[in-house]
Design a protein around this ligand. Structure first.
Ligand code: GAR
Length: 217
């Protein structure tokens, strides 16, 4: 069955390597999406340059231009809505989003986070994993709620932690997995395999445990 490409907006605060992975998957013909907007809270974000190079509308709004966080979030999300996006992907968007604003995107917004959630929401996930002596690290994609790095987890990629691992080596190995995981999840949504129906559904069944890359391919 063929589907119209899913209209996708991406928000990113930084270098945008996950955005680059999404664009590469789309260019390779393995991701049936149309990118309608890349937005950022940082005018210097590398993600904006990547968007411009790929011919995707790029937008930076400065939080300092708004009286408060809800005001900024309302303005940014109004632009996302105006783009016609059907799915919003947070790919390194490093802000907590106002609860009322995010509620309007329930089941239509996903976030990638570099930990095996619910472990280590927030910052310094690789360091915290090493300090805890975990044997395993990973990345999670979850539907977005008002809770920071909260919301139902839909997919995870796992890597073993080795004795010689450092924050840098872990981050590097995990990022390679993120670059496979995020396009796979977006692809599953674009193909209608992964849906939100008050809860996450995969292939018509409620999702009870996070999907693996193998299940998504
Ligand atoms: C990624 O590792 C992503 O998982 C993380 O930010 C990085 C962005 O890298 N996101 C979070 O920590 C969200 N809480 P990128 O700009 O190269 O895609």
């Amino acid at each position: 069955m063929t589907h119209a490409p899913l209209k996708v907006a991406v928000l990113a605060s930084g270098r945008g390597s996950n955005l680059a992975a999404l664009i590469a998957a789309r260019d390779a013909g393995s991701l049936p999406v149309e990118f309608v907007l890349v937005g950022s809270d940082k005018a210097s974000a590398g993600a904006l340059l990547l968007a411009e190079a790929a011919g995707i509308p790029a937008l930076a709004l400065n939080p300092k231009d708004y009286p408060d966080r809800p005001g900024f979030d309302r303005a940014l999300f109004a632009r996302v809505a105006a783009s016609g996006a059907e799915l919003l992907v947070l790919a390194g968007f490093m802000r907590v989003i106002d609860g009322a604003v995010v509620a309007e995107w329930e089941g239509r917004a996903i976030n990638i986070h570099p930990s095996l959630l619910p472990k280590y929401p927030g910052l310094h996930t690789h360091r915290r994993c090493l300090e805890a002596g975990d044997a395993e690290h990973g990345a999670s994609v979850h539907f977005v709620t008002a809770e920071l790095d909260g919301g139902p987890v839909v997919a995870q990629a796992r890597i073993p932690v080795g004795a010689g691992d450092t924050e840098i080596s872990l981050a590097e190995r995990l990022l390679a997995e993120e670059h496979r995981l995020l396009p796979a999840v977006v692809g599953a949504i674009a193909e209608g395999r992964l849906r939100w129906n008050g809860a996450a559904m995969f292939d018509g069944q409620p999702l009870t445990t996070p999907l693996t890359l193998a299940q998504l391919s």
